[in-house]
Structures are given as structure tokens and as C-alpha cells.
Design a protein around this ligand. Structure first.
Ligand code: HEM
Ligand code: HEM
Length: 172
């Protein structure tokens, strides 16, 4: 499910901003107890504000991604493994973000923060592999007329080759 260049760029920009501001916040937070403590504290607060803003944009984009990308890819059975990992990572991002804002218990917050940061550093690699494998699968299938038929029998997916009469189809 190739995305429009504009939508794809918005996704990359939002997640790159999240990664950069999150990583930079960790540095600023580590430096805020040393010299220039006040400056680093201000920088850290601004970075977190940018991070929160980018998170709101990312949530809007994820909402749009469901009908534009996820549903269509799912019904044609493409890239489901890393796609599921993408969905799971984002669900954990959202759940831990909620926890960062609202978790009351003292001992719980560092734990939530640790999970959020750990998946944050793994996410770029997953994203890269997802796009790479997805594009490879699409390219391979486009060059092969013996294509898979989606769960909807190719009716709703709009996939031209699935409608080709007489083509022998295979399920997996
Ligand atoms: C949070 C969830 C997801 C995000 C952020 C995401 C993002 C992306 C992006 C940015 C691309 C590159 C698109 C392009 O080159 O035009 C891509 C490709 C792809 N994704 Fe996802 N994806 C997600 C979930 C899924 C799921 C659940 C599936 C499958 C069920 C899936 C299947 C694919 C496929 C098949 C491609 C290759 C598209 C092509 O070039 O033909 N994605 N994904
Ligand atoms: C892409 C990789 C990401 C990295 C490296 C990252 C990193 C971080 C870090 C270091 C923090 C501060 C943790 C703390 O206060 O203890 C944070 C907070 C937060 N993150 Fe992320 N994050 C990432 C992605 C995301 C995503 C995808 C979302 C939402 C969709 C998100 C939403 C938030 C929110 C809402 C906060 C709390 C902000 C605040 O306290 O004002 N992050 N993140």
C-alpha cells in the first residue's frame, strides 16, 4: 500500500522528530545537574514540549494510516509480520505516553519511562525493515501474475491483478 509522497514524508518527519527530540532530551536531562544546570533544564523542557507536539501529529497520522494503509495491506496479506510489530510498538508508545502523563505511583513512572525509551531506540530499525520488506514484497508480487488473493477475494482491495480472469491464485 504505497502512500502518497506527502503523507509518507509527514510520517517520516513526525517519527524522526520524535526520535531526535527524545534522544536529545536524554542528553539534556543528564546534563541538567552539572554546570549550566538552568540552561539545560530549559533546553530539556523545550525538547519535551516539541516531543509532545510531534506525538500529537503522529497520532493524527496513525489514525489516517489505518484505512489508507493498514486495512488494505492486511486484506492482501502483505508484510503482516513487521506490520504487526509496527502496530504493537505504536500501541506501547501510546500506552506508555499516557502513563508518563498520568501514572501517579512514584515507583511506576521510571519503569514506564524505561519501556518507552527502550522501544523508542528500537523503533527506527523496525521502521526501516518494515518499509524495506514491504516494498520488496510489493515489487515481487507486481512482477508475478500468480498473485495472492486477499481475504476479501480481491473485491475491495482494488488490486488490478487480483481481478485478472483465469489467473490461478494461491493462498498463504
Ligand atoms: C503503525 C503502523 C504502520 C506504519 C507507521 C507503516 C508505515 C509504512 C511506510 C511509511 C511504508 C512505506 C510506504 C511507501 O513506500 O509508499 C510502509 C510500507 C508497507 N507497509 Fe506499512 N506501516 C504500518 C503498518 C502496516 C501493517 C499492519 C501492514 C500489513 C498488514 C503494512 C504493510 C505494508 C506494505 C505491504 C508496505 C509496502 C508498500 C508498497 O510499497 O507497496 N504496514 N509502511
Ligand atoms: C521514536 C522514538 C521515541 C523516543 C526515542 C522517545 C523518547 C522519549 C523520552 C526520552 C521521553 C521522556 C521520558 C521521561 O519523561 O521520563 C518521552 C516522553 C514522551 N513521549 Fe516519547 N519517544 C519516542 C516516540 C514517541 C511516540 C511515537 C509517542 C506518541 C505517539 C511519544 C510520546 C511521548 C509523550 C506524550 C511523552 C511525555 C511528554 C511529557 O512528559 O511532556 N513518544 N519520549
Amino acid at each position: 500500500m504505497p502512500l502518497s509522497a506527502r503523507f509518507r514524508f509527514a510520517l517520516y518527519a513526525a517519527f524522526a522528530t520524535l526520535f531526535v527530540t527524545g534522544a536529545a532530551w536524554l542528553i539534556a536531562d543528564a546534563l541538567k545537574d552539572g554546570d549550566d544546570a538552568e540552561t539545560w533544564q530549559i533546553i530539556a523542557a523545550n525538547l519535551l514540549m516539541l516531543h509532545g507536539g510531534a506525538a500529537m501529529l503522529a497520532l493524527m497520522l496513525l489514525g489516517a494510516l489505518a484505512p489508507l494503509h493498514v486495512q488494505r495491506a492486511w486484506s492482501t496479506r502483505k508484510n503482516r509480520t513487521t506490520g504487526t510489530a509496527m502496530l504493537s510498538f505504536n500501541a506501547v508508545f501510546v500506552a506508555t505516553s499516557f502513563g508518563l502523563y498520568y501514572a501517579g505511583a512514584e515507583g511506576f513512572r521510571p519503569w514506564i519511562s524505561g519501556v518507552h525509551i527502550a522501544i523508542g531506540f528500537g523503533f527506527p530499525l523496525l521502521f526501516f525493515v518494515h518499509v524495506l520488506l514491504g516494498r520488496r514484497q510489493s515489487a515481487r508480487q507486481a512482477g508475478n501474475p500468480r498473485r495472492i488473493r486477499g481475504a476479501d477475494g480481491g473485491q475491495a482491495s482494488g488490486d488490478r491483478q487480483q481481478r485478472t480472469p483465469g489467473v490461478q491464485v494461491r493462498r498463504w
